[in-house]
Design a protein around this ligand. Structure first.
Ligand code: ZN
Ligand code: ZN
Length: 728
């Protein structure tokens, strides 16, 4: 404390007095508050060297800088004891100290007691408030200084008060300050105009900011940075990038601020070439040692789907921060490189970098994609140990993960235990139920969500519509679709239309689906006609299938799946010439049929099978087990469904069906697990009719539960039945 500060007994005499002042000045220059206090104490107890006003103001400055309220108060007491506290210089320093110690009331009291207040005093207070996030107080002072004392703000006042307008997002106040600046010709000063355009950007008025920017006679690097960052933060990546290129072209000094904004813009736009050019540029100006810039580079390459380049940058960063790891893990997860994401997460722990909630939210979806229940349980336990399991984003990711691992009931108990539920939490649970075919439960939960006062968003509707579709709840689906706009003012997007067409189509209401498409307010995309084409296959409607396929082909799909679908529809109707025609067209366009694969999940390993593959170590055993299985299910009524393959002889067809990847995966799962164990399969396409049928009977004859996740949804096979009710 101030008065108890110990110091050696000071030597007496005038020489020592000068010495005390010099000691205090040098301590103040070093921002050394204890040193300054010691000098002050020595001075106070010395007979010849009494503190002068400047002594106190330099002490107060140090207290303000360190936000040391207790010492500041003690200095205030000393000043008051000497009757100096109303002196203009002292009071200004006191007000500044209180403002910076976040005591606006005390600052105001000191200030109000000042008999004479000059602009420096007002500015000190405005700046003190503004820098401490007390935007309202700063604005009030800005107005009062003009009204009460007739004191005109100067450029210092403006540059102090403007950031406060930005913090409060006070667009009106900003306009006023801007108007004042123009009238007083302060807008010609580059720092004032830059501060003004910065506030407009932060108040989402980026167009106004741009007009300020364009009218500036002189611009410096800070002005360019503020404008580019403003565009990036307002979501206008194109303009941000354009301006960045102009900045480089005009030879303005580029700094990390504009490079960060440019990298962000390239990532948003997916502009790999532009991103690479910014990469080269930042290397030239020596920003490769700036870890924030390197992290932004990792994110940019990831967003441009080049995790290989992101990985190179990541490896080059010598002192990786947690943000570097997070960026790389998220990049892998979002680009489908789930195993790499998990590996990185383990490496991060070996390096003793402590994960945060963002890390978990980035790695959990990777584990959801791998859908290994053991690993799922592990990361859940880990989240609990890190005290992050009640973070609403982590919890939502966990719910989604358990649902994707086929453990819907665990997902539900997590959902119930959540202290806080966001709309995303509800969405994850509703989607989880829908994808497992529990359409009714999904709908009930949706109703519960609405009655709890939580407002659904576009994603909620997509999940609930898709749940209705998988469960054949046509009336509910129709009702929810129209309530989107009528009840919640949400505009349905392409995906919502696609899901509605799917819903109507699956339920056999093909004509309604067709007229629904005709009434769409936007041009229907491939996904919409694709949903109808799928329904046409299910309900064997060749005419509408041709119509839909025609529209799809006009839109130029880049995969062969729709050609295959149409060929199959023709084949079902024995229209062989048309089958051949579609296949030729497909070959001409160079489109390929996506090869099917399935994964079976065993305790600590996963095994991938391609249809017809014989290169597995235990291929012989697998095929033998499969042959035996087919005999067993034939005994309970299995008839191979050869409808889907038509250009080969019947027994060959059966052979081909029997080598579908999911059947191989199931056979291997049966070999490798003990009786009673649930078998977990993941398939990259929609499961075919024949495999679906066979799997139901396999669950019956083996007494096993089989959970199959295909590209559309989950199927729980048990006792000869599937949870989808043969509706998928
Ligand atoms: Zn199959
Ligand atoms: Zn099913």
């Amino acid at each position: 404390m101030l008065c108890s500060a110990s110091s050696p007994t000071p030597p007496a005499g005038g020489h020592a007095a000068a010495d005390h002042h010099a000691r205090l000045r040098s301590a103040a220059a070093r921002s050394d508050l204890p040193g300054a206090l010691a000098a002050f104490a020595a001075m106070s107890s010395s007979a010849s060297a009494s503190p002068v006003l400047r002594t106190f103001t330099s002490l107060l400055k140090l207290c303000a800088a360190r936000a040391d309220l207790a010492t500041g108060r003690a200095v205030h007491a000393q000043l008051a004891a000497r009757g100096l506290s109303a002196e203009s210089l002292a009071a200004t320093a006191l007000a500044n100290m209180y403002a910076k110690c976040r005591r606006p009331g005390d600052a105001r009291r000191v200030f109000d007691r000042m008999p004479v207040r000059d602009r420096v005093a007002w500015n000190a207070l405005v700046a003190g408030y503004a820098r401490n996030g007390l935007a309202g107080d700063a604005m009030e002072m800005f107005v009062r200084m003009q009204e009460e004392d007739g004191e005109q703000p100067d450029s210092v006042t403006l540059v102090s008060v403007l950031p406060a307008c930005a913090d409060a997002q006070a667009l009106g106040a900003c306009r006023e300050v801007h108007g004042f600046a123009v009238r007083a010709s302060f807008d010609e000063l580059v720092n004032v105009s830059t501060a003004i355009l910065d506030v407009y950007c932060k108040c989402w008025a980026v167009e106004v900011a741009r007009s300020v920017f364009d009218r500036m006679p002189d611009k410096n690097s800070v002005s360019w940075n503020a404008m580019i960052k403003g565009y990036a933060e307002n979501g206008d990546a194109t303009e941000a990038l354009m301006l960045f290129k102009r900045m480089v072209g005009e030879g303005v000094d580029v700094t990390d601020v504009s490079v960060l904004a440019a990298l962000h813009a390239c990532g948003e736009l997916g502009y790999l070439d532009e991103g690479r050019r910014v990469h080269e540029l930042l290397m030239r100006i020596g920003l490769e040692s700036n870890v924030s810039v390197m992290n932004a580079l990792i994110t940019m390459y990831s967003k441009c789907k080049r995790t290989d380049l992101a990985g190179q940058v990541f490896d080059e960063v010598r002192y990786k921060t947690r943000i570097s790891w997070n960026a790389m893990i998220l990049g892998c997860t979002q680009n489908g490189r789930s195993e790499d994401a998990v590996r990185l997460f383990s490496r991060m722990q070996l390096k003793n970098v402590k994960p945060d909630s963002f890390t978990l939210v980035s790695v959990i979806p990777a584990l959801a994609d791998i859908s290994d229940p053991l690993q799922a349980r592990w990361i859940h336990g880990y989240s609990i140990r890190m005290h992050l399991d009640q973070d609403v984003y982590v919890l939502t990711a966990l719910i989604d993960m358990y649902a994707k691992c086929g453990r819907v009931s665990i997902a539900r108990s997590l959902f119930n235990s959540a202290r806080e539920k966001h709309v995303i939490t509800w969405n994850a649970m509703i989607h989880g139920y829908g994808s497992h075919g529990f359409g009714k439960v999904a709908v009930d939960l949706f109703e519960e969500m609405k009655s709890s006062g939580r407002v659904p968003n576009e994603t909620t509707f997509l999940s609930v519509l898709s749940a209705c579709s998988h469960a054949g709840l046509v009336d509910e689906g129709r009702k929810y679709f129209s309530s989107m706009k009528d009840g919640y003012g949400l505009e349905p997007g392409m995906e919502h239309y696609g899901t509605m067409v799917d819903l109507l189509g699956r339920a056999g209401k093909l004509d309604e689906a067709w007229s629904f498409i005709q009434k769409m307010p936007m041009d229907p995309g491939i996904s919409v006609y694709g949903a109808l084409l799928g329904a046409c296959k299910l309900h064997k409607n060749v005419e509408l299938a041709e119509e839909s396929a025609q529209r799809i082909f006009e839109l130029g799909p880049d995969e062969g799946v729709y050609h295959v679908l149409l060929a199959n529809i023709y084949a079902n109707a024995s229209m062989w010439k048309d089958v051949a025609r579609v296949r030729t067209a497909m070959e001409k366009k160079g489109l390929q049929k996506t090869p099917g694969w399935s994964i079976v999940q065993l305790k600590n390993e996963i095994h991938t099978f391609y249809s017809g593959s014989t290169n597995h170590q235990q291929a012989k055993d697998i095929y033998a087990r499969l042959a035996k299985l087919i005999e067993e299910i034939k005994a309970v009524g299995y008839v191979p469904d050869t409808d889907s393959i038509h250009d080969v002889e019947d027994d060959v067809k059966a052979q081909l069906l029997n080598t579908h990847s999911e059947k191989l995966a199931i056979a291997y799962g049966l070999i490798r697990t003990t009786p009673g164990t649930t078998i977990q399969i993941k398939k990259n396409l929609r499961v075919c009719n024949d495999c679906h049928n066979a799997t139901k009977l396999i669950s019956l004859v083996t007494g096993r539960e089989i959970i199959m996740r295909d590209i559309q949804r989950f199927h729980h096979f048990k006792d000869g039945k599937c949870s989808c009710g043969d509706y998928w």
